[in-house]
Design a protein. Structure first.
Length: 260
């Protein structure tokens, strides 16, 4: 069978640069999917593009770290710092592992973000999250209660394919467990790859590992032009697409997951 590949952009709506770059990539045929942030400076621009381009898939890029919440911060106390912004990613992960994140807080914020995207008029294909925090137990439990209310059946899995062999990433050790937890409840891809640094360069053999074989793989990127790491990811996306086409991979969207 031909490997099926989703070419995906996170952070759609983050700012004008990331949004412009993502739209250009769609126009150039190097993306098939993106996830939109609900409460960022260019969220409405991203939503407007999504409404006009149903040939692609658009999901929710849920945010629980670093940025500002949609909810009143006083109503989600375990997710925010004293200034009302979300916790930094390391602190959120630590609190989640120690059982100090309220599932009810996650439910309230998830409902608020999905509700805003729904109000934008976007049919949501799936969800993922900023910093991949949806793998954590409080988020998974909240998803089990919230996503059915929005008719969402698809969730990004944990990263399973890597270019480097670093053993310091938690996903190296916990990825299979997280993947099982996600797969037992929701539709997802067989594999997931995302760059870990702007200097990451895939060799031909690594491309073969990602693109060859059966099933569906999501390849995630963060296109941009101003920040060096986003520019590097856009360049990597172009090389990745060229490799996919050279190997005869079929390009699909998140709407096809579970239906192919």
């Amino acid at each position: 069978m031909v490997r099926r590949v989703i070419l995906h952009a996170d952070d759609f709506g983050f700012d004008d640069d990331a949004t412009d770059a993502t739209i250009r990539c769609f126009g150039e045929g190097t993306l098939t999917s993106a996830t939109i942030m609900a409460n960022m400076p260019a969220s409405e621009r991203a939503a407007s593009y999504a409404r006009a381009h149903s040939e692609f898939s658009f999901g929710a890029h849920l945010v629980y770290v670093d940025e500002r919440p949609v909810c009143d911060a006083a109503k989600i106390a375990t997710l925010v710092s004293s200034d009302g912004s979300f916790l930094p990613t390391p602190e959120l992960r630590k609190r989640a592992l120690l059982g100090r994140i309220s599932e009810e807080d996650v439910i309230r914020e998830t409902e608020a973000q999905l509700g805003r995207l729904r109000d934008f008029g976007i049919p949501l294909s799936h969800v993922d999250s900023h910093g991949h925090t949806h793998k954590l137990a409080p988020m998974r439990r909240a998803f089990a209660r919230v996503l059915p209310r929005f008719g969402i059946e698809r969730v990004r899995t944990a990263q399973s394919l890597f270019a480097s062999k670093s053993l310091l990433r938690p996903t190296r050790w916990l990825g299979r467990y997280w993947d099982w937890q996600i797969r037992r409840r929701w539709k997802t891809t067989d594999d997931f790859y995302m760059m870990s640094s702007k200097d990451e360069m895939l060799t031909d053999r690594q491309f073969d590992t990602i693109v060859d074989g059966n099933g569906v793989v999501e390849a995630g990127f963060h296109p941009g032009t101003i920040e060096s790491w986003r520019a590097a990811e856009r360049d990597a996306l172009e090389r990745f697409v060229e490799a996919c086409r050279g190997r005869g991979a079929a390009l699909i969207t998140w709407n096809d997951v579970g239906n192919t």
